[in-house]
Design a protein around this ligand. Structure first.
Ligand code: CDV
Length: 309
């Protein structure tokens, strides 16, 4: 038995502050054409794919930052991407800053199926960073200033012949992210990320260690829930701020089956057999037989650490 979903992980190189959405969408369309030529059914782009990683820029007046947000999706600037996906008969997923009609701000991503319908929306839950300008950091990371924590949970959708879920960047470091989707039978988790290649609070933590933590997190999530994980970077130097690459696809055994070299626009394409998730889900990670929820209460009852007396 096999159920192949051929996936393109479409890394974007840097997007400078001055670049327009129209310019970025043209780059995304070019990657989509390349993915189609290589047989992809589904293309995955990074977190906040349409603009530079704006949470590094401090706006004292919070409302000024609304210029980075999308008040509707699709909208005229993004429509060419939806049109090309429909023409190719491809599904897609990408991240963007969402401004809702009632004024809420989320770091969101969507899944669009092959008919062009938005079938899934996810809003980032684990927001990193801080609210106020922090002079002690080498760079700002103001996601907690500009976004509210997601309010949609970690849903899984039946689409494109499989069970698909999403998370965004920092979410990938949290085992709860994958497990909540694993409990819905997820077969593929897709995610985008913008990860600065240095830790703003720990100068010694550079690119090699950041890539190690990234791979460790997504490989563990894939293995422990027996699912595919597709992780897509926005990479390179954005106005003097460097983001790491590390776009990769991990199989349900937790092995990296493809990883993109470099920090420019580019794709890796992998035919992912969703039936490869079955063995792990029916044996060592057969949750129904092996989980012991009577011992997991602290996971939802408590946020921080409570040490013993
Ligand atoms: N965009 C992100 O969520 N970035 C975080 C950084 C700040 C650590 C990440 O987890 O990669």
């Amino acid at each position: 038995m096999s159920r192949i979903l051929t996936v393109a992980a479409a890394q974007l190189g840097p997007i400078q502050k001055a670049e327009t959405r129209r310019e970025v969408v043209a780059r995304m369309v070019a990657l989509m054409d390349e993915a189609k030529a290589k047989g992809a059914d589904f293309i995955v782009y990074p977190e906040l794919a349409l603009t530079t990683f704006f949470p590094r820029w401090y706006h004292e007046d919070r409302a000024e930052a609304d210029a980075w947000f999308e008040a509707s999706m699709p909208n005229p600037e993004v429509q060419p991407l939806f049109d090309r996906a429909l023409a190719h008969g491809m599904g897609m997923s990408f991240g963007y800053a969402e401004l809702t009609p009632d004024g809420q701000h989320f770091n969101s991503s969507i899944i669009v199926d092959k008919s062009g319908a938005i079938v899934g929306k996810y809003r980032k839950i684990h927001l990193p960073g801080h609210v106020e300008y922090d002079p002690d950091r080498t760079h700002q990371h103001l996601e907690k200033r500009y976004f509210e924590p997601g309010d949609l949970g970690f849903p899984v959708w039946r689409t494109m012949g499989g069970l698909l879920g999403m998370c965004i960047c920092n979410d990938r470091r949290w085992p709860e992210t994958y497990r909540v989707m694993g409990l819905q039978g997820v077969e593929m988790v897709v995610l985008g990320f913008n990860t600065p290649s240095v830790n703003s609070q720990k100068g010694g933590e550079g690119l090699a260690q950041r890539l190690f933590h990234h791979r460790l997190s997504v490989q563990a999530g894939a293995y422990q829930n027996s699912c595919w994980v597709v992780a897509v970077a926005k990479a390179g130097d954005e106005d003097g701020h460097h983001l790491m690459g590390g776009t990769l696809i991990v199989n349900p055994d937790g092995e990296i089956v493809a990883e993109l070299e470099g920090e420019a626009d580019g794709i890796i394409v992998v035919p992912c057999d969703l039936d490869d998730t079955r063995f792990g889900k029916e044996t060592i990670f057969d949750f129904k037989r092996h989980r012991r929820i009577e011992h997991y209460g602290k996971i939802t009852a408590q946020v921080g650490v409570v040490e013993p007396e």
